[in-house]
Design a protein around this ligand. Structure first.
Ligand SMILES: *[C@@H]1O[C@H](CO)[C@@H](O)[C@H](O)[C@H]1NC(C)=O
Length: 409
């Protein structure tokens, strides 16, 4: 029994002694996937150096000053020999991958003694960005948040602004590729009856680091051609002095409209939009990035307008489908009907006038026309003339004058 206790005590003692001999404390290094990584190992320089690096106790690099050569068993790993002379045996590992994670040991022998260093290597693929979009592919509307090529596996959570009491039940799928990097795809059904809600997708990783957020609000508005229209866009309260970017798309690639930097107060708009889009720069710092669309045209300004507030790690997007009605087209159709109405009226007036003229002419003809073509009437007139005498000649004269005029014209 006492021998057993001694065995344990001696074992523990040996461990603590060994630990005390390691002068350099264990180092922990976190490197980014596919980048270059430095595993530190420094020692007091002395003659006759030999350096060996082990990964999980397997030799991966050795250098012996006596032979003057280094040998690497992992092509991507090297120690720069001139550095070793100065007491620096730092291992440089290129194009780090997840499989390089683990514990590394540096063992240095010199004429002065032995030096050991232990380095724990963590490899990380940080979040580079999130994409959040509204998808209708599955038959109902859902928000789809995607984050690619991340390690360790990210954690995706959802929120709304303003907060809702409804239970958000996202479905998140996590897939790892050959390199071991994760792609997370999280979908959340759009809540019914709450059209103006902002959906926020948040991504964190267990290595710490910043929380990434991406939020989205979708809406549709209708304007009229030639009448100024305000396209609303408001930043959620958690974004401070963001950069604002407006763009437009109508099936083609998005076109830049304008950019506004809240910090500098500088704005820049694309020449094509200068006369049609305006931002109230004083209101942007207060989260109001609404765009005033001036003199909009159906042909050029109908489409989707995207407003993106961005900060490092955070973006908020408002996507507005803008329809521009064409009252000119309506006016021209109504104009056509009134035009026809006017034509109808003119024709009616002309017909009436013509009829009136005919009636007048007929009446006048009845009273004044000589009826040389109507022998019966002539004889009647003659008989009257015979009765009335002198009035007959004046009538004849008038009729003759009439005939003469019509002959001339
Ligand atoms: C050791 O060498 C590496 C490059 O091989 C360098 O990055 C590092 O700064 C050096 N360390 C010291 C303490 O000089």
């Amino acid at each position: 029994m006492s021998a057993f206790i001694c065995m344990w005590a001696c074992f523990l003692l040996r461990i603590s002694v060994a630990a005390a001999q390691d002068k350099t404390p264990d180092a922990s290094v976190t490197c980014l996937v596919s980048e270059e990584c430095h595993l530190p190992c420094t020692f007091p320089p002395a003659p006759n150096q030999s350096v060996r690096w082990f990964r999980q106790d397997v030799l991966m690099f050795s250098f012996a000053e006596t032979h003057g050569e280094s040998k690497t068993l992992v092509g991507r790993a090297a120690v720069y020999p001139p550095m070793i002379a100065g007491g620096n045996a730092t291992l440089v590992l290129r194009e780090v991958g997840l499989k390089d994670r683990g514990t590394y040991r540096c063992r240095v022998h010199t004429s002065q003694g032995e030096h050991n260093a232990k380095v724990v290597l963590k490899v990380e693929a940080p979040v580079q960005g999130l994409s959040l979009e509204l998808s209708r592919l599955s038959g109902y509307e859902e928000m789809k948040c995607t984050v690619r090529d991340v390690f360790p596996p990210p954690r995706v959570t959802w929120a709304t602004e303003p907060p809702t009491f409804e239970d958000l039940r996202p479905i998140t799928r996590m897939l790892a590729d050959k390199r071991g990097l994760y792609t997370a795809d999280s979908r959340l059904k759009v809540l019914k009856g709450q059209p103006d809600l902002i959906y926020i997708c948040k991504v964190t990783t267990s290595y710490g680091g910043p929380t990434w957020t991406s939020s989205l609000r979708e809406r549709a508005i209708t304007g009229s051609e030639g009448r100024d229209l305000t396209i609303p866009c408001f930043a959620p309260p958690y974004l401070n002095s963001p950069t604002l970017h407006w763009s437009f798309s109508n099936g083609e690639d998005p076109a830049h409209i304008l950019t506004y930097d809240s910090r500098s107060g500088h704005s820049h708009s694309a020449p094509a939009w200068e006369r049609h889009a305006e931002l109230d720069g004083f209101r942007v710092p207060f989260g109001d990035g609404s765009l005033r669309l001036m003199d909009p045209e159906h042909a050029h300004h109908e489409g989707t307008y995207s407003c993106v507030f961005s900060m490092p790690y955070n973006t908020h997007t408002e996507r507005t489908d803008v329809a521009i009605n064409t009252p000119t087209a309506n006016r021209s159709t109504s104009g056509q009907t009134s035009y026809w109405w006017i034509i109808g009226l003119v024709v009616a007036v002309m017909v009436l006038g013509l009829a009136a003229m005919l009636v007048y002419l007929k009446l006048r003809g009845n009273t004044a026309k000589p009826s040389s073509r109507d022998p019966e009437e002539e004889t009647e007139l003659n008989s009257v003339k015979d009765v009335e005498g002198e009035s007959e000649t004046s009538k004849r004269f008038a009729a003759g004058g009439n005939n003469g005029q019509s002959g001339l014209s």
